[in-house]
Design a protein around this ligand. Sequence first.
Ligand code: ZN
Length: 158
Amino acid sequence: MALSRLDNLYRQMILEHADHPHHHGTLEGSDRQLELRNPTCGDVLILQLRMKDGRISDIAFSGEGCTISQASASMMTDEVISRTPEEVEKMVMAFSDMVTGKEEPEEDYYDDVLGDASVLEGVAQFPARIKCATLAWKAVYQALHEEDEEESNDRGNA
Ligand code: ZN
């Protein structure tokens, strides 16, 4: 992967998250669970979360995937904890716009909305990696928008 073209600091943060992913594992008694795949790369992501008082109270991911997909999932879990579904939806849209190279609606918008996950902005330079980066964000979006279904969900529409 052409990570070498990314800014050094960003690359370091991405590798750090991929090597030591945050919230990696499984949640007991999760409220929502789903599995998403990115067939173009082979990434598999299983996401579990718990809600409390209308906010995400805990989240975990497992599965296997490339550096970008793992780093993105790790960063996503850090950013969405304690957020409401509405806030997460805004983040998911911003993330998708960012990695597809859309211009920010205002200066520092992506930084403000996405926090550390905005370091993945460089992914926009690698079209083949965009689906790797968005996988985890699609997963949390879908997990929040499913009705309270218990069964895991594999639509394969990454
Ligand atoms: Zn990937």
